[in-house]
Ligand binder design. Structure first.
Ligand SMILES: NC(=O)c1ccc[n+]([C@@H]2O[C@H](COP(=O)([O-])OP(=O)(O)OC[C@H]3O[C@@H](n4cnc5c(N)ncnc54)[C@H](O)[C@@H]3O)[C@@H](O)[C@H]2O)c1
Length: 254
């Protein structure tokens, strides 16, 4: 990808799954990377795993809290010198029928997936304005575009992320900050493993993938990482306020 060498990248939720793959991809593109995550031991483990690929450090904080989001962005800005790219990736998911979702569960889903994304993006946006621009990629989902059974709270949070990103694009473009949104479909990560519960990989894939994904398989974290790299790069210099769907054709099915 053009224009990524030397860029300083904050990957929130970079200690696992898609974020971990994105952190590695940015390192392979010649970036310096700072990873966030909820669990300190997992962040340490990720940094150790990523070190062979380049200059990386990390910090654990809960992005749903104002202090957590600000501490993460401050730590990244200090470690990297500045932030050119934000992969705003941290998120949670679990299945629950609409009629059984408690207000507490609804609040937690929105607090991490929408409020957390807003808090990190706002802190980074303020930082980037002072630096003359940058690129922000927010993580939504195909579940932010179409409803999936048993995910009303998750779907609502990811739908919110889409319009958060479009509005950020409208307001921040004038400062040289490009804002785009990623919408992956089914990607093999620990998040999906927890959703699948007792199912084996094969059973999960059969129940979720059959008839739903024209390419006939779940996606890989590396395939979403490539989309992060593209949207952050100069190859996407005129891509702004857009959503990029990475779903093996799932949303193309009627
Ligand atoms: N896996 C999929 O199929 C899929 C599809 C579409 C979108 N997504 C989205 O991609 C993102 C990454 O998902 P994943 O599948 O890699 O999940 P994952 O569980 O492997 O990783 C989630 C990351 O978010 C971090 N995180 C969770 N809660 C946090 C909090 N309160 N504060 C700070 N960090 C927190 C975790 O520490 C971890 O680093 C999420 O936003 C998810 O909604 C995933």
């Amino acid at each position: 990808m053009r224009g990524l060498i030397g860029k300083r990248v904050l990957v929130s939720g970079g200690s696992s799954g898609i974020g971990l793959a994105a952190a590695r991809r940015f390192l392979e593109e010649g970036c310096r990377v700072f990873v966030g995550g909820l669990d300190a031991a997992e962040v340490r483990q990720a940094v150790t795993e990523l070190r062979p690929y380049g200059e990386v450090s990390g910090f654990a904080a809960d992005v749903s809290l104002v202090e957590g989001a600000n501490a993460l962005v401050d730590a990244a800005a200090e470690a990297l010198g500045c932030i050119d790219v934000l992969a705003n990736n941290a998120g949670i998911a679990w299945r629950e029928p609409f009629l059984e979702i408690t207000p507490e569960h609804f609040d937690r889903m929105l607090a991490v997936n929408l409020r957390g994304m807003f808090l990190v993006a706002q802190a980074v946006g303020r930082h980037m304005i002072g630096r003359g621009g940058g690129a922000i990629v927010n993580m939504s989902s195909t579940n932010g575009i179409a409803g999936e059974e048993d995910y009303a709270h998750y779907n609502a949070s990811k739908g919110g992320v889409l319009l958060l990103g479009k509005t950020m694009a409208v307001e921040l473009g004038r400062y040289g900050i490009r804002v785009n949104t990623l919408c992956p479909g089914y990607i093999r990560t620990p998040l999906n493993a927890s959703i699948a519960g007792a199912m084996t990989d094969g059973e999960f894939e059969a129940s979720h993938v059959a008839d739903r994904i024209p390419l006939g398989r779940a996606g890989l974290a590396e395939e979403v990482a490539a989309a992060y790299a593209f949207l952050a790069s100069e190859d996407a210099a005129f891509v702004h306020g857009a959503e990029l769907v990475v779903d093996g054709g799932q949303l193309a099915v009627m």
